[in-house]
Design a protein around this ligand. Structure first.
Ligand code: XMP
Length: 312
């Protein structure tokens, strides 16, 4: 079993040693992993860790304000960096799932962070990569946005800074324990996982601002309804195909949203939650009413494997 306090002290010492009297920077998305790393990093480095929230245009509704607010309450200042243009420019015309993931990785680490590191004088990026991220990448299932060394990529050479990954031995449950011990409020350490590529992992085909907005609205409805269902993760997926529907008595060749809700322990395998049909029906009614252009809502009933949790 993990001795949480000892582990925290050990990792804080390692961070101090690596950074020396220099500076580090870290990206906070508000997920469990990056939130835990943010608190750990500030415990180790204090003001010598600069924490930023990258507004990539792919985050959920109200996410930036919410996360900045949470951390303000914890005494950690977070700077919001508006990088929406860079991300949408990189995603323009890209439809292949792995190419989309690669475009996001390059924009994040090379373009946005490369610049931030140069401007701030930091030499290290602190980030919350966990064991599951490594597994999937090494197994060739998905290129997780934050994995480099295991792919033979040296971040120092590729991006001009080194990466510190104190959570690399842990899975989600371990990170939650650690976050809790570091003083992360339940609202944050209990949050469902959200992937680095954010809503772009939930849009099949091109992730345009407009298509991201569609999945963002559907996501808000799904999260609101399933908040208390106890599942490991739940989400909305926007499909590329259109289907015939009707609206105001007329044909409406519209969009399809797929709802997914997963039971899982460590994300390596997962099964669809047996949600009550009433819940599904309510979800569908609200999605078609509130999300422009959507005429069809389905629920995924296939397990991982061969499905995966995210659609991209
Ligand atoms: P999949 O979709 O591969 O997801 O079954 C497994 C778990 O990992 C999350 N996920 C990611 N997390 N960077 C991350 O930090 C990524 O690129 C990424 N892709 C998927 C996913 O939400 C699920 O919890």
């Amino acid at each position: 079993a993990l001795d949480t306090q000892r582990f925290i002290n050990e990792k804080a010492e390692e961070i101090k040693e690596t950074v020396g009297d220099g500076w580090a920077i870290n990206a906070l998305s508000g997920g469990v992993d990056s939130s835990t790393v943010t608190l750990l990093g500030h415990r180790a480095l204090g003001d010598r860790l600069k924490t930023v929230f990258i507004e990539n245009g792919l985050m959920r509704a109200g996410e930036a304000e919410q996360v900045v607010g949470f951390f303000r309450d914890l005494g950690v200042p977070v700077e919001v960096v508006d990088a929406r243009e860079a991300f949408f420019a990189a995603l323009k015309g890209v439809t292949d799932p792995e190419a989309k993931r690669e475009a996001i990785t390059q924009t994040f680490y090379r373009d946005v962070f490369g610049r931030l590191v140069r401007e701030s004088g930091a030499k290290h990026l602190l980030q919350g990569t966990i064991l599951t991220d490594i597994d999937e990448t090494v197994a060739g299932i998905k290129r997780q946005h934050n994995v480099f060394e295991q792919l033979g990529i040296d971040p120092q050479k590729a991006f001009g800074y080194s990466i510190i990954e104190p959570l690399i031995q842990l899975r989600k449950a371990g990170v939650r324990k650690m976050g809790k011990a570091l003083g992360l409020p339940g609202e944050l350490f209990n949050r469902i996982p959200f992937p680095g590529p954010a809503l772009a992992a939930r849009v099949i085909g091109e992730a345009t601002p407009e298509r991201i907005e569609t999945v963002r609205r559907a996501t808000a409805i799904v999260e609101q309804h399933l908040f208390e269902c106890g599942a490991f993760q739940y989400m909305a997926i926007l499909h590329e195909d259109r289907v015939t529907g009707m609206r105001d008595g007329k044909r409406d060749f519209g969009r399809q949203i797929e709802v997914r809700c997963w039971d899982s322990v460590d994300a390596r395998t997962a099964t669809p939650t047996r949600l009550p049909f009433d819940t599904l029906e309510k979800l569908a009614q609200e999605i078609v009413a509130a999300v422009p252009g959507v005429v069809s809502v389905s629920y995924n009933i296939a397990a991982k494997p061969p499905s995966t949790i995210e659609a991209v």
